[in-house]
Design a protein around this ligand. Sequence first.
Ligand code: ADP
Length: 165
Amino acid sequence: MKIGIYPGTFDPITLGHLDIIKRSLKLVDRLIIAVARDSHKHPPFFDALERREMISESLADLGLGIEVEIFNSLLVDYAREKKATVIFRGLRAVSDFEYEFQMALMNKKMAPEVEGVFFAPSQSYVYLSSSLVKEVAALGGDVSDFVTPAVEKKLKKRFLKKIDD
Ligand code: ADP
């Protein structure tokens, strides 16, 4: 059985992430979506449990063969623990490249048995990022083309609460 890991912050999950999930599923029997508790960029807006919940709600009928877990350890150690042989990431722009390249080489050095696989984004999601979705939602914009209804609802609730506070 081939096991793959798709790690990320998923703050929140977008249709771009879902596209990578669907495509990853063609390559493995079991996919673990690994939600990083902390982020290498900035503190996540949603806590890890909320992010995991939004992923599970967004998977709907995709769910078969997918697990969603929160992790906080070194990715390669986590991959080994889960007996995963492949780590999936997406490469949206040149700006993603430097960091991803370094990480992939570092991971390969630490765990040569784990392969890193990169997906080019589907054309309709090239520009899509969790940060942009949050910015649009914070300003009251319509994010229904970018996230699932479950995430849209959660974003609305959170930003309305902020305005009320
Ligand atoms: P991280 O903080 O680890 O980069 P993200 O949740 O931002 O976590 O992204 C997780 C992975 O999904 C990354 O490899 C990222 O490049 C990829 N990704 C995010 N959005 C898209 C998208 N629209 N299309 C393709 N890949 C994407």
